[in-house]
Design a protein around this ligand. Structure first.
Ligand code: HEM
Length: 393
């Protein structure tokens, strides 16, 4: 059974996932009051099933959680059509594969710039020095967040998403509310400046649009920007961290990519599959439904275990093997259906350019110490990843 407070489970959830897949199509999790769905076929179908959907439950008491509730209840991630469709359409244009491709050179330059800064050190923390600042820089450029303010984003984001955890840590609520409050005020002030003097960035365009409240209200503007900025790096940080770690633990696979950088696109999909950074997303049943013979009653919640689906032997050959050249890879790391990751094309370009720059510059990269996993379940990632950029001696 899933116990997010068990360090053994967090360190290696995969045996528990395998047991859950064997236990049945949906297994009741008493502690969090939801059905857990662990098999690939069922997770994939549930993500696309319109009888299931997002239902935001504001945190109580409302007065205390107001800033946190605000950024979530107006976020497309938490909404269903028609609001979801309207909000997603407003920004979807910016996140097409073609737009992501147009950004590739710039993304590569950002990756190279960060790696230049650590090139002379024999040892570096790939999380703090690379995996964190890199996607933050990419999404900030797209939204037009001034460089001097970017250091604020990751702490705000971390604090806000900590409340999504199945069992939030002590003090997480206060930190999340304070972060939502500060982030919201910051964006409202930036919106006022951008309306006055718009730039060519996405946030300026949305800020101007929100002057006509019928298309985008100010609350929706703030919630959308928070979502893009948070979603735009939380997962990418951990794709790079978890993925590079997986490669370094499979040195033959790392060497394959070094020798044949043409494998980079496949290797990055495998990084997302093998140690999926977003473990679980929830849905609520809008009517009674049947999952592989298990009836889920209307109103009940379902937890879809993406990390488990991505290791299901029914969907993947040798699922517990990291294969940098894996051909068929129908992973659900980006979700599926109407909430399919809006940023997937950009996230792919980012992960590919991160890996490409790393293998080119540091072909002999190796682990300097065993990394410690962060004590969170939904967001799976490491505290730090100390690596040697040059061979010893
Ligand atoms: C490799 C990194 C990433 C992974 C693994 C990832 C994964 C996901 C997943 C699983 C969902 C679906 C959630 C659900 O079904 O409830 C999602 C939604 C979303 N992602 Fe990503 N994401 C990544 C990067 C990004 C980036 C770079 C952006 C940039 C903007 C982004 C923006 C979004 C947004 C806006 C949604 C909500 C879409 C909607 O509700 O319609 N993501 N992401």
């Amino acid at each position: 059974v899933i116990d997010p407070s068990d360090p053994g489970f967090l360190a290696d959830p995969y045996p528990t996932y395998a047991a859950l897949r064997r236990a049945g199509p949906a297994v009741w999790h008493e502690e969090t009051g939801q059905w857990l769905v662990a098999r690939h076929r069922a997770v994939n179908a549930a993500l696309r099933d319109r009888r299931l959907g997002r239902k935001f439950a504001p945190k109580e008491p409302r007065e205390r959680f107001e800033p946190w509730n605000m950024v979530n209840e107006h976020s497309m991630l938490e909404l269903e059509p028609p609001q979801h469709t309207r909000l997603r359409k407003l920004v979807a244009r910016e996140f097409t594969p073609r737009r992501a491709e147009a950004l590739r050179q710039r993304v590569r330059a950002l990756a190279d710039g960060l790696l230049d800064a650590v090139a002379d050190a024999n040892e570096t923390d790939l999380i703090a020095d690379f995996a964190e600042p890199f996607p933050v820089a990419v999404i900030s450029e797209l939204l037009g967040i001034p460089e001097a303010d970017r250091h604020l984003l990751r702490p705000w984001s971390n604090a806000i998403v900590a409340l999504y955890e199945l069992r939030p840590a002590a003090g997480a609520a206060e930190r999340a509310v304070a972060a939502a409050q500060e982030f919201g005020s910051y964006l409202r002030q930036l919106a006022a400046e951008r309306r006055h003097r718009p730039g060519t960035d996405l946030f300026s365009a949305l800020a101007v649009l929100s002057l006509q409240g019928d298309r985008l209200t100010e609350n929706e503007l703030v919630a959308t920007a928070v979502l893009l900025l948070n979603a735009g790096h939380e997962a990418s940080v951990n794709v790079i961290g978890n993925g590079v770690l997986a490669l370094l633990r499979h040195p033959a696979e790392w060497d394959r990519v070094v020798t044949d950088p043409g494998l980079v696109p496949k290797a990055t999909e495998e990084m997302i599959r093998y140690d999926t950074p977003l473990s679980l997303f929830q849905r609520t049943a809008f009517e009674d439904i049947d999952i592989g013979g298990q009836v889920i009653a209307r109103g009940q919640r379902i937890g879809l275990l993406l990390g488990s689906a991505n290791r299901d032997p029914e969907a993947f050959e040798r699922p517990d093997t990291f294969d940098a050249g894996r051909g068929e890879n129908p992973h659900v790391g980006f979700g599926a259906g109407i909430h399919f990751c809006l940023g997937a094309p950009l996230a792919r370009v980012e992960a590919q350019e991160a890996l490409r720059s790393l293998v080119r510059r540091f072909p002999r990269l190796s682990l300097a110490e065993e990394p410690a996993i962060r004590p969170t379940f939904q967001f799976r990632g490491y505290q730090s990843l100390r690596v040697r950029t040059q061979p010893l001696g």
